[in-house]
Design a protein. Structure first.
Length: 417
């Protein structure tokens, strides 16, 4: 009964996405990117003679989480080809030209027919699902065809359906994995409580990724000149809910402070609205790229809006403080990219599903806030002395690197046997 309900849900989802496609860009990309996928995939693989390993990421965040493993696999098994799939346009459209994979494509909808056709065409020797990916038909088909599947950087909580009395269908999904590598001990205990024992406590591969990014950070002259040796608050992946809190804070704060704001979505009307609401002077990054602009006047501005994508992880090097967006309703964005540079972190109140945020709040390096008054209070304290929180956040990242190596140990057991 449950597989029938599941497949009906997948069918309904596709209908809804098609209905939204004429009016919604992401829905249109979701549909267009999967059109004629079977023929396109067959053409891509027609001349391939090498064994294929398949990595699947839901979106961009999961891809970044999986990237250290993809690159470690490439280094250790150069004779294998890598197929990378995405569920979401926000991942595929940004990383469709990623050169660490041989082929990048959308994952076809999880129907029985698609799963059979996809697996039969690709014939992967090993499959990786990154974090929260539990596609019933694909997992079942991989199990039937004796193809090992690894889930890594996974995290489980007691309120998930796997652990409910009525969650038998979802518990069954977990048995399809050859091995699950998880982020914390609670996840190990939960899985073992339902009889899933092929589990390793490995941690989160994002720590490896942010360590890589920090060591390869790029100099951004605009940000360096804007800073002018003053303390900087870097705001990463800000949503309108975050800006409703931040704009009054910026307007009220009277101590020396520069602010760099990278919105989650680059919308001209939002950026211009926020600039009008700010009392302090602001400029957009794109304005500084005009050949007539004098970069040395950047020091005169208080707020710099980043109206492009791809540089946020390097921008954190210029900050003494970081505010990370998404924790009011959308979902907290990556706080580790900032933590690796050693600074106090601020974010909204909905952070409990993110282990690293829970850890850093507990250790006194991160501060959840619900409104401008709470941000004022927490920021004032850290502005006076941030030495403890800065060292805590940096050490937290340093001591948690190494998950990729543990994933590769499991790979060795499965692929070399």
């Amino acid at each position: 009964m449950f597989p029938g309900f599941y497949n009906a849900g997948i069918a309904i989802y596709q209908v809804l996405v098609r209905a939204a496609a004429p009016f919604n860009k992401k829905a249109r990309q979701w549909i267009d990117g999967r059109r004629n996928w079977s023929d396109n995939l067959s053409q891509k693989l027609a001349n391939n003679k090498n064994p294929i390993v398949w990595f699947h990421a839901a979106s961009l965040g999961e891809f970044e989480q999986g990237r250290p493993v993809i690159e470690a696999f490439r280094l250790n098994y150069p004779d294998h080809k890598i197929l990378l799939t995405f569920f979401s346009p926000s991942g595929y459209e940004v990383r469709k030209n990623y050169d660490g994979a041989d082929w990048v494509m959308y994952l076809p909808a999880d129907t029985p027919h698609n799963a059979r056709t996809f697996v039969a065409t690709v014939k992967p020797v090993l499959v990786f699902f990154i974090k929260y990916e539990f596609w019933f038909n694909y997992l079942r088909e991989l199990t039937v065809t004796n193809i090992p599947v690894i889930s890594f950087s996974a995290i489980f909580r007691p309120d998930q359906l796997f652990f409910k009395p009525y969650g038998g269908f979802y518990r069954k999904l977990l048995t399809y994995f050859s091995h699950i590598l998880v982020q914390n001990q609670e996840s190990v205990d939960l899985l073992k409580s339902i009889g899933v024992n092929s589990v390793t406590l490995a941690g989160d591969t994002r720590f490896d990724r942010v360590a890589q990014v920090a060591s390869a950070k790029k100099d951004i002259p605009v940000a360096r000149l804007f800073k002018e040796q003053k303390p900087v608050l870097v705001v990463g992946s800000a949503w309108p809910d975050d800006m409703d809190v931040l704009i009054p804070f910026i307007n009220q704060f009277s101590q020396p402070l520069k602010v760099i704001i990278a919105p989650h979505e680059i919308q001209d009307h939002d950026i211009e609205k926020w600039r009008r609401e700010l009392i302090k002077s602001s400029i957009r990054f794109s304005q500084t790229q005009d050949s007539a602009f004098d970069l040395f006047t950047l020091a005169e501005f208080d707020v710099l809006f980043i109206d492009n994508v791809g540089m946020l992880s390097s921008l954190y090097q210029y900050g003494e403080f970081a505010y990370i967006g998404g924790a009011f309703k959308q979902g907290l964005h990556n706080i580790l990219e900032a933590a690796t540079f050693g600074m106090p972190l601020f974010f909204g109140p909905e952070y409990q599903k993110f282990q690293e945020a829970v850890d850093l709040v507990k250790e006194g390096a991160a501060f959840p806030i619900g409104n401008t008054s709470e941000l004022n209070a927490a920021f004032d304290k850290e502005y006076q002395d941030r030495s403890v929180s800065s060292s805590v956040s940096r050490r937290y990242v340093q001591r948690n690197v190494g998950a990729t190596a543990q994933v590769m140990e499991v790979v060795k057991q499965l692929i070399d046997k």
